[in-house]
Design a protein. Structure first.
Lengths: 386, 251, 342
């Protein structure tokens, strides 16, 4: 059974993904994540991680500079709002294009080297973007304050179509639907679904196979008549476009762009999302992005009062001790948790959560039925576990 | 008719002369063996065919096109495939994928963004890949991950990866090194079958058993020069060859 | 002319810090084969050694004055650091020299931290891919800096140089320029000399001791050294410890120049990595040369005359050079060919 060339299990995966995304407000409300501000973060960073995974997961090139493309996307989107229109569609189109252009230039140069040299080149470019955004490019980026909308913005298209926002600062709206709250989430959610579909097609295509070959053995690829560099560059550009789109969506939901989005620690975060979920898997990066944004939200919200309540069952001395200990990891200390999580995952589960799930499943199938090697060969064949 | 012509090839590394004035003609459809003691320059010569090394002077012409100064992937696209001394395969991918990738390379060229349509597991490329795996006796393992294969199986896989491209010229660098005798014989049979299809082969080999059961013509390389080139039975009795193999050694 | 000299001098202290950090990075990479993204954190920990020692030395003894009273009629509280109470003038001097004094304590502390890091984490990553080494040490760096943040807060904590080294020295007069043209803070000069001293020590250690010989052999050919039957594990631990000390000392002495905060390590790490790459992975001389070179170039790039022609160049000069070097001469200024390519 094939439809548009995709087999049934892939369609099921895609439809399942779309349903979970669209029903997010209901599905995630039991864990306290069913509100739009957080959900749209899931979607936006999901797109960012999906794109990063096309580069890192498939070709194995570890970029430490992808936050630059996210930042560039945000600036482009805010400028589109300022100059053209508050409609989000031109904003995200330009954000994607500009993200792609930046990544084409940076990728073209960085991909001349491999391994750690590639990582350092991307890092160097991202730091250049970051430093310039804070200094010389202040007329474009508005430096430390960040780029904001003002009432005096020209918004030529809005003016041409007679749209007047009056004396308040406008927020982005799609033909009259305000891009805050649930509409904002659904806009991002639909984008995530589209990006997931594109990623799924890439993963199953001959092009995706070539990208895995880049990771596996570039020497063999060359002697097989394949030019590796344009393959890697295309993957780099696609991931840069995804990052630009994600940056654009950040600006759609909150029309403000700051340079701190481009800092290299932000690049580190997307690496973490990808490996936490499982680099090279389809769903992993989205799950990783969701888990990190969810825990960031929960953990940073904790404060001493909440902790005191949480440990209220303990004797007082112990309670105070536990509160002090835990408060290291929550609230302001969320980054400590993030760093520790980073280490734990790399040490114990380099394949990420998806690998963990697979191990669990193998454990069960092995104990329940005698289909050992045949079964693992089957999963190996598809080579792209969902 | 000669498919690969090498004229006055020279290559030095620092002060060491690895190849001096090598002349070689590989006839279309023949199996040509290059033998010689260790350090005779066999691998250097092979690397000059495939764009891995740039010779200092001389020319390498394949099917009317010069192979000098062009990239390995361009040379492959002209129809030259190569089997390495240590098998170069895609260790993380399944055997079938390993053989399909060269298939795509032959169909789509060096670079094509074919990102929308899924890989067809029943299309012509997959079918041909399966056929090649069958030829080398690996069809029952097509879904395994290639990195888990034994060394001998990896070699056979690599051979299938080259054959699926229907190469005009197949370069084999010690295809039976480190193989058990039974495996060696299987490989010899396989290569005879391939030669029967009219594929031109250049074999670099240590094992004289392999050389004499396969080659139609033998070139002997010693200290970077071709000291003899003849039919196998003539080479066997050539005193210069015996000198090169035995005379240089400390006996 | 004097302006150029001033810029060279200005670059020396920063260059010294880059060189010291890069030296440790490249030793660790060369011998252990590990890409250590937590090396900047060691620099930062060194700086906070100085902060804590200053804090300990500065603990105040509070006594109530018997004669004087405050405006409210209560006895005046007199505070005096314990070291002064106990040691008198010597105590005051120790307090004044808290930054150099910290060196003595930072050496064992950093050695211990280095050993714990290597035994506890790094050694499990010798055979793992570089990408995983980068990721796990990146995680460790975050953890370390967040711990420091939770103890010392997010704001920079200024550390004064000793009084006698606080001033400026008119360097130009000494070499025949007019007075007032090449004025240079004494402490920066001290830092530069200190970094030269430490670099000299490291080189001497590597050049003239048997232990250093093994390190050199390891940097030349790691696999073979492992086959020689030398207890390579223990030596790796010590190498890592030494690299940690060097980075830590660089941090201790840098505190009067840059008030330490928790993320200073990350800032210096990125630049030091660039330094290592420019100098050549695994080359000690390259790391030192590139460290000073980039420090000085950065200081030139921040001259107003240069900034007028190329605005923003001071922000990106180091990265631009790294990009150029990686593309034109991938092995770096003094690196061997093929190290970590692929």
């Amino acid at each position: 059974m094939r439809f548009l060339g995709m087999n049934r299990s892939d369609w099921l995966l895609f439809i399942g993904f779309a349903v979970v995304t669209l029903a997010g407000p209901i599905i995630f409300s039991p864990i306290g994540a069913g509100y739009p501000d957080l959900l749209q973060k899931f979607a936006i960073y999901g797109i960012f991680a999906l794109g990063f995974n096309i580069l890192f997961g498939l070709t194995g090139y570890l970029s430490f500079g992808h936050a630059a493309f996210l930042g560039v996307g945000s600036y482009t989107a805010v400028w589109t709002f300022k100059l053209l229109t508050m409609n989000p569609i031109p904003a995200i189109i330009f954000a994607t294009i500009v993200g792609g252009l930046f990544s084409a230039v940076i990728g073209f140069i960085s991909l001349r080297r491999t391994g750690i040299y590639f990582s350092i080149l991307t890092l160097a470019f991202a730091q250049m973007c970051y430093n310039l955004a804070y200094s010389v490019l202040t007329p474009i980026t508005n430096g430390e304050t960040g780029l904001q909308l003002t009432q005096g913005d020209p918004r030529v298209l809005d003016v041409a179509f007679g749209r007047d926002y009056g004396a308040v600062l406008p927020s982005s709206d799609l033909f009259g639907i305000d891009m805050t709250g649930y509409p904002g989430f659904y806009f991002c959610g639909v984008m995530l679904i589209i990006c997931f579909f594109i990623t799924l097609r890439i993963f199953r295509s001959p092009f995706g196979m070539m990208l895995r070959a880049v990771k596996s053995n570039q020497n063999r690829m060359n002697y097989t008549g394949l030019n590796t560099r344009p393959y890697a560059l295309t993957a780099f550009i696609i991931s840069g476009m995804f990052a630009g789109l994600a940056g654009g969506l950040l600006a759609v939901t909150d029309p403000l762009a700051g340079a701190e989005r481009m800092q290299w620690t932000a690049s580190g975060e997307v690496v973490l999302m990808t490996i936490l979920g499982g680099a090279g898997t389809l769903l992993g990066p989205v799950i990783g992005a969701g888990v990190i944004k969810y825990f960031e939200n929960i953990f940073s919200a904790f404060n001493e009062t909440i902790l005191m309540q949480a440990y209220s069952a303990l004797p007082e001395g112990l309670q105070h001790f536990m509160v002090t200990l835990s408060s290291l990891f929550v609230g302001e200390g969320w980054h400590l948790t993030l760093g520790a999580l980073f280490m734990l995952i790399v040490i114990f589960l380099p394949g990420g959560l998806m690998e963990g799930l697979r191990r669990l499943r193998n454990l069960f199938t092995k104990s329940s039925g005698g289909q050992g090697p045949g079964n693992s060969a089957e999963t190996a064949h598809s080579a792209t576990p969902a | 008719m000669s498919i690969l012509t090498i004229v006055d090839l020279n290559k030095s590394f620092g002060g060491l002369r690895a190849l001096s004035n090598v002349n070689l003609n590989i006839d279309q459809g023949s199996v040509h063996a290059i033998i010689g003691p260790n350090g005779a320059g066999k691998s250097t010569l092979l690397n000059c065919f495939v764009g891995r090394l740039e010779p200092d002077t001389g020319s390498v012409t394949f099917d009317g096109t010069s192979l000098l100064g062009i990239q390995p992937h361009e040379i492959n696209q002209l129809g030259v495939s190569r089997v390495f001394q240590t098998p170069e395969i895609f260790g993380d991918l399944s055997l079938l994928d390993n053989v399909m990738i060269p298939g795509f390379a032959r169909r789509d060229g060096a670079f094509k963004i074919n990102a929308w349509n899924p890989v067809r597991r029943r299309g012509p490329i997959a079918e041909k890949a399966m056929e090649m795996l069958k030829d080398v006796g690996l069809d029952d393992k097509s879904k395994q991950i290639a990195g888990q294969l034994s060394r001998g199986d990896k070699r056979r896989l690599e051979l299938a990866m080259c054959l699926v491209q229907d190469p005009k010229l197949l370069l084999l660098d010690e295809p039976t090194a480190g193989m058990a005798r039974a495996d060696t014989n299987k490989t010899i049979d396989l290569m005879k079958t391939i030669a029967g299809r009219g594929v031109t082969m250049v074999v670099i080999e240590h094992d004289m058993h392999v050389v004499f059961s396969l080659a139609e013509k033998i070139s002997v390389l010693a200290q970077g020069t071709v000291i003899a080139e003849d039919l196998p039975e003539k080479i066997k009795g050539d005193p210069r060859v015996q000198e090169a193999y035995l005379g240089g050694a400390h006996l | 002319m004097d302006a150029i000299l001033l810029q060279i001098l200005n670059g020396l202290d920063k260059g010294g810090a880059y060189a010291l950090i890069a030296l440790g990075l490249t030793i660790i990479f060369g011998t252990l084969g590990v890409v250590n993204f937590a090396h900047g954190a060691l620099f930062m920990l060194g700086a906070f050694c100085a902060v804590s020692i200053k804090a300990v030395l500065g603990l105040q003894k509070v006594t109530l004055s018997e004669t004087e009273t405050t405006a409210w009629g209560t006895p005046l509280e007199i505070t005096q650091p314990y070291v002064e109470v106990w040691f008198g003038d010597l105590g005051a001097t120790i307090l004044d020299y808290s930054v150099p004094v910290s060196i003595l304590i930072a050496i064992p502390v950093m050695l211990l931290i280095g050993i714990i890091m290597e035994r506890g984490l790094i050694r499990y990553f010798y055979k793992r891919p570089h990408a995983e080494q980068i990721l796990v040490t990146f995680g460790l760096a975050i953890v370390l800096q967040e711990i420091i943040k939770s103890i010392f807060g997010a704001n920079p904590i200024p550390q004064p140089a000793p009084d006698s080294m606080k001033g400026m020295i008119d360097f130009g007069v000494a070499i025949g320029f007019d007075a007032g043209n090449v004025v240079y803070p004494v402490w920066r000069l001290v830092y530069f000399l200190f970094s030269l001293f430490v670099i000299g020590l490291v080189f001497a250690f590597i050049q003239f001791t048997t232990f250093g010989m093994v390190v050199r052999a390891g940097m030349a050919d790691r696999e073979t050294v492992g086959l020689l039957g030398i207890d390579i594990d223990r030596r790796f631990t010590i190498v890592f410890g030494i690299a940690a000390i060097v980075a830590g000392l660089a941090g201790v002495m840098y505190t009067p120049i840059l008030s330490p905060d928790y993320h200073m390590g990350m800032d210096f790490l990125v630049l030091s990595f660039v330094v290592v790459v420019v100098g050549g992975m695994g080359s000690l001389g390259g790391a030192v040369l590139a460290g000073f070179m980039l420090g000085i170039l950065q200081s030139f790039a921040s001259m107003n005359e240069v900034k007028d022609i190329l605005p923003g160049i001071d922000q990106i000069i180091i990265y631009l050079i790294a990009v150029a070097v990686l593309l034109l001469r991938p092995r770096g200024l003094m690196g061997r060919k093929g190290v970590m390519e692929g």
